[in-house]
Design a protein around this ligand. Sequence first.
Ligand SMILES: Cc1ncc(COP(=O)(O)O)c(C=O)c1O
Length: 406
Amino acid sequence: MNNRTLLQIAKEHMTPAYVYDLEKVREQITKLKNAFTYSRTRFLYAIKANFNPYLVKEIVKNGFGIDAVSPEEVECGILCGAECSSIMFTGNNMSNEDMKEVHRYGALLNIDSLSRLEKFGTFYPGSDVCIRFNPDIGAGNHKHNITGGEESKFGISHSQLQDVLDIINKYNLRLVGIHHHIGSGWLDVESPLNALEIILEVASIIPKLDFIDLGGGFGIPYKPDKEELDVNALGNQISEKFLGFCKNKDKELELRLEPGRYIVAQAGHLLVKVTTIKENPQGRIFVGVDSGMNHMIRVPLYDAYHRIINLSNQNGEQIAYDICGNVCESSDFFAKSRIISEIREGDILSIEDTGAYGFAMSSDYQLRSRPAEVIVDGNEIFLSRKRETLKHLLSKYERPTQSHQS
Ligand SMILES: Cc1ncc(COP(=O)(O)O)c(C=O)c1O
């Protein structure tokens, strides 16, 4: 999508606004599908990355199932057209209520503790189940994004495999799949391949399985100096290893993957307007915008890097700026000491690669409305979600404007 279109959208729909380019989503889907040559590969979209129904419907239409982590995500997947049989619920610290609700939908449960497995067996003996293992190795673009290894709260350790199998037998459960997810945002081929070796060892011990799920985590190059993930090399190598394993062990397994970020991150742009420019005596230039960490928390939370483009002045002098939000928190920055084409008050900036874990992680903090969401599908541009208002937010409360005493 070109910058002129983004500027037009900012004019028409105002700022702050998330803009999603469906063409880019389709491009990423095609890249992944082409890379994984193993014929029985199935992709589940990690809906946590972005639950905008227009995006989810498009992804489901392209043959993806859903990787869900809450009953609400399961329901959203169904409403967006996913078959229940193509949805897996990977619940961490799952409650009985979560378990029952998801089982009622008919989605497969991916269980990550012995205690939950025991409860699942008690409630639903004879059912299909998947187990999430902790691969003991992790990878990701920030320590908060690493989900494997000793310090991770996710998954059951491989060393507890016998305990898993004992519970499976006790309740006559059918262990149809095994799963792991090493972390998010990795850009190398080695980490997922190393983890694959580990899960294949586990798979070789389990007699009957329908699938092995390697989770998501496929990274994108947020920083300009980062190389893109070589998705073809990754897809080919995983496919070859997987096929070799199946032939060797005489198994016919499905290979499952759960990409989120890779599909939607680069399709998203957060458009913001510059409200204030302030230079301190030490020479730092603070550029304040009409958005903040309440709309996109990845920078304070993960120390994330997002490219920022001054759409209103693309060929100006290159100057170092601190780009900050309007939230009353010291960590409310989009970038520090970032060289950007000269910025003036009123300019429109695009914070790039914000389609994943952007709006999905937004909050009502300090009561500023969440941004509008606009979809671009070729020549068609439409508002998919209106900017929230305080009235809408308060309408979720019982009798919000009446005094207690009255
Ligand atoms: C179990 C599981 N699968 C898939 C994903 C998606 O990760 P990503 O968006 O990095 O592909 C996550 C992310 O946290 C996850 O926890």
